[in-house]
Design a protein around this ligand. Structure first.
Ligand code: GLU
Length: 477
């Protein structure tokens, strides 16, 4: 049987990078096994869920290339894939448990429970409050406000084998009669997740280990319904340098932030995959390679420390290497960053010619757009310092004769231009350094750029000569 996996985000914000890591592991396994990756939106908490969040999460997943086979926008045989549209199913399921004596309506008010909690605190400040089961055998009065609680067996234990953490056994007396349905009729997470994972025929549930404490309750529910539980794999956490749960107080934690900072999708995924999975010492993976080598045997339980510097290094490596990011991809990705700098419709041809010269150095697509900008401005913005330093009266006649020498070049390539430059230097008794910086500033507006003759080749004859002419003017000739 091909595995069916799911990612089940609650749409109460952006896609957290921890969530993206969870989605990635599920997606990788589905893709490597020819299985199915389901996206289910857990939006039963109306106050915290929003459509904007749903959109943000779907966008981030699409950008990462974590495509889903069933779920919002694509549909599928087990829809709806929004929990808010599946309430009838949760209601029926819970009614069944009540009928079978496996769940009960609890009429205890919040005030009563608070009083009991307070009384316990007086007696023993350290004891954790456990619902005492007051309504377990109470007569049903469905018209009164109530929650529905699961009737947890008092003896025995609930056991499951986690694919990462191994055998986990929880004594039932340690679990309380947990709430399945709130007073307002909304199902709580454990109930909805179990009903859906069963209905959607999920075979393996992989999620953060912050959910491991929910799993015994879910297993109790599977047993009560008489359903076979899926396999479970809990994944270690991403922590900050101090070993605390990673939050936006410590670092950028939304996928969107990294997108805006100019990381590539695979740069992000490659860094995230190392949280809980490793493949020897290998650091860098192409997407297809990850799909090929990912397996559960190599998933480990040690939490990982998030390191933004490392993240940026991995992301840069992906952008730099053309075996990881093709020129076409690079061009597509950098385009919006150029548009953001006010360059409308940057020419495809020019981008293809210019990107190879800057990708070695540009650590992000934001840097890349900044490095590329001068190519797209008819008159490049001049850095004042560079201009004052290099476009001097002394440089003007040199630039002039360089320009005439270049104008003679018939086949306009970096190597023929370089040769022409060298011949010119020899003739004038100059060295490259005597005119290269002035030419660079004239062509690019800056004192640092890709190699000079490469820049000329990419700019083309007309632009090169026009920019040199302007440089000569600025130099005051
Ligand atoms: N909606 C839950 C969350 O976002 C899903 C947990 C699970 O995968 O079961 O944490």
């Amino acid at each position: 049987m091909k595995p069916r996996l799911r990612f089940a985000p609650s749409p109460s914000g952006y896609l957290h990078i921890g969530g993206a890591r969870t989605a990635l592991f599920n997606w990788l396994w589905a893709r490597s096994q020819g299985g199915t990756f389901v996206l289910r939106v857990e939006d039963t908490d109306q106050e915290r869920s929003s459509l904007d969040s749903v959109r943000a999460i779907l966008d981030a997943l699409k950008w990462l290339g974590l495509d889903w086979d069933e779920g919002p926008e694509v549909g599928g045989p087990f829809g709806s894939y929004f929990q808010s549209e599946r309430k009838a199913l949760y209601r029926e399921s819970v009614e069944r448990l009540i009928r079978e004596g496996k769940a009960y309506r609890c009429y205890c008010t919040k005030e009563e429970l608070d009083r009991a909690r307070e009384a316990l605190k007086q007696q023993n400040p350290k004891a954790a409050f456990v619902y005492p089961g007051t309504c377990r055998d109470r007569h049903d009065e469905p018209a009164l406000p109530h929650v529905v609680r699961f009737k947890t067996p008092r003896d025995g234990s609930t056991d499951f084998v986690d694919k990462v953490f191994g055998a986990i056994s929880t004594p039932n007396h340690a679990q309380q009669d947990f709430v399945l349905v709130r007073t307002d009729g909304y199902p709580l997470y454990n109930l909805a997740a179990v009903v859906d994972d069963h209905a959607m025929e999920i075979s393996l549930v992989a999620r953060g280990r912050d959910h491991i404490g929910n799993t015994p309750q879910q297993v109790l529910l599977y047993n009560a319904f008489g359903w076979k539980a899926p396999e479970f794999a809990h994944l270690p956490m991403m922590l900050n340098a101090k070993g605390e749960k990673l939050s936006k107080r410590h670092a950028s934690v939304s996928v969107q932030d990294y997108r805006e900072r100019g990381f590539s999708p695979m740069g992000v995924l490659n860094y995230l995959v190392r949280f809980g999975w490793s493949f020897g010492d290998q650091e860098i993976f192409a997407r297809s390679e990850l799909i090929r080598v990912f397996d559960w045997e190599r998933v480990n339980k040690s939490d990982g420390k998030f390191d933004e510097k490392k993240f940026a290094d991995v992301a840069f490596e992906h952008l730099k290497r053309d075996d990881l990011t093709s020129l076409d991809e690079y061009v597509d990705w950098v385009r919006p960053f150029l548009t953001a700098r006010g360059i409308e419709n940057p020419s495809n041809e020019l981008l293809h010619a210019a990107v190879p010269g800057i990708r070695e150095r540009a650590r992000t697509l934001v840097d890349a757009a900044s490095d590329l900008e001068f190519y797209f401005r008819a008159t490049p913005e001049m850095d004042d310092k560079a201009r004052q330093k290099f476009l001097t009266a002394e440089s003007a006649p040199r630039l002039k004769s360089l320009s005439s020498a270049l104008a003679e070049v018939t086949s306009w390539t970096a190597s023929t231009l370089e040769e022409a430059g060298k011949r010119f230097a020899e003739r004038e008794g100059l060295e490259l350094k005597h005119f290269a910086q002035a030419a660079r500033v004239a062509l690019t507006g800056r004192s640092a750029s890709p190699p000079l003759f490469d820049v000329m080749a990419v700019l083309g004859r007309e632009q090169t000569l026009a920019r040199l002419a302007r440089g000569i003017e600025l130099a005051g000739a």
